[in-house]
Design a protein around this ligand. Structure first.
Ligand code: PMP
Length: 354
């Protein structure tokens, strides 16, 4: 029955899912470990109480769109707000690829791009990031994109799960050489010095994706945004569901934007914790962390990573097993936690990796 109903490319897919584990410390999804502060939650309640819950949200989400435009330094018609950046990846692919089209994806990276491209009937074409430092092989990406006349190229910087940023010169070279759209996913950009906003002034075939799920501590609120040229934004918006974002998420984002100093302080502390954690991991026998400009650290272990994962879980620590990603056998991805969480993690690793 399923064979006659569901498309073969979908039947062949492994779903994007997380295994259910019992844990006390959550270091598996690169969330903000400090959470959304209680003072801001109070501000949220006050504000959301004033809104009319019986009415649909503003069709154009004008308020949050204008605030995001101001925050990003663009005009409001260059902003598209979505239900998490996941939704914006989906709608952008929906308006760009048709059956048989190619989407070029440097790997290893966030797995949702290939999954959504496949569901939409396109062919994800992987290009392996450089061995050792996961840098972009710009020439290979351009060659793959040109050979297949790729409709879309995806560049994630800082890249998940490797943590490195991509060189601006490589990103520009790829955008200049490709006819299709280049999606630059900046989900983790607040944790590094890189900001690709200027690309929008220089090129017509690029969009940037950002999110409130990481630095802003609002993964539960589900709010992402896309930045692009107005004509492009208008076309991408056609695939979005009307009223896809609820008034609660919008209000939470408005409160966060009113208190940006809170996010900046948390991000600075996460950066300090990341650097401490990296130094400590590098000092452990059999543990090989990669430098990171995000809020997580990809780490290779001499001991089988499945055993290290299990040892962490036994002590209540949930980390991300990325050992099935291409080229990442033996690797785990460790989200940067609070100082206390990182110490507990280090203590477990010290005992379990020798
Ligand atoms: N892009 C990247 C690179 C990510 O790592 C994630 C979350 N894991 C997302 C996009 C999606 O984030 P969200 O839908 O929560 O905005």
């Amino acid at each position: 029955m399923i064979e006659t109903i569901i498309k073969p490319e979908v039947r062949g897919l492994t779903p994007y899912t997380l295994q259910d584990h019992t844990y006390r410390y959550k270091l598996n999804q690169n969330e903000n470990p400090f959470g959304f502060p209680n003072g801001l939650k109070e501000a949220f309640w006050r504000r959301v109480r004033e809104r009319d819950w019986a009415r649909y949200p503003d069709f154009h989400l004008r308020q949050v769109t204008e605030r995001l435009a101001e925050h990003a330094g663009v005009s409001p018609d260059m902003v598209l707000v979505g239900n998490g950046s996941n939704e914006l990846i989906q709608v952008t692919l929906m308006v760009t690829v048709s059956r048989g089209d190619t989407v070029v994806i440097p790997t290893p990276t966030f797995t949702l791009y290939a999954l959504l491209a496949t569901v939409l009937g396109a062919t994800p074409q992987s290009v392996t990031l450089r061995a050792g430092n996961f840098a972009l092989p710009a020439e290979d990406i351009i060659a793959a994109a040109q050979a297949k006349q790729a409709r879309v190229v995806i560049l994630c910087t800082p890249n998940n799960p490797t943590g490195n940023i991509h060189a601006e010169a490589d990103v520009r070279q790829i955008i200049e050489a490709c006819d299709g759209l280049v999606i630059v996913d900046e989900a983790y950009h607040e944790f590094c010095d890189q900001d690709f906003r200027a690309l929008l002034d220089d090129y017509e075939n690029v969009v940037l994706l950002r999110t409130f799920s990481k630095a802003w501590g609002l993964a539960g609120a589900r709010l992402g945004y896309l930045l692009g040229r107005p004509d492009l934004v208008q076309e991408i918006a056609k695939a979005k569901l009307p009223y896809g974002l609820n008034i609660f998420s919008e209000t939470a984002a408005l409160v966060a934007l009113d208190h940006q100093e809170v996010m900046r302080e948390q991000v600075a502390e996460i950066g300090r914790q990341r650097d401490l954690l990296f130094g400590a991991l590098a000092g452990l026998d059999g543990v090989h962390p990669y430098p990171s400009q995000a809020n997580f650290i990809l780490t290779r272990f001499d001991r089988p990573s499945g055993e290290v994962f299990a040892a962490c879980l036994e002590q209540g620590l949930l980390v991300r097993d990325v050992s099935h990603y291409p080229g990442l056998a033996g690797h785990l991805r460790l989200s940067v936690g609070t100082a206390e969480e990182n110490e507990i993690l280090l203590a477990v690793l010290e005992k379990s990796t020798k």
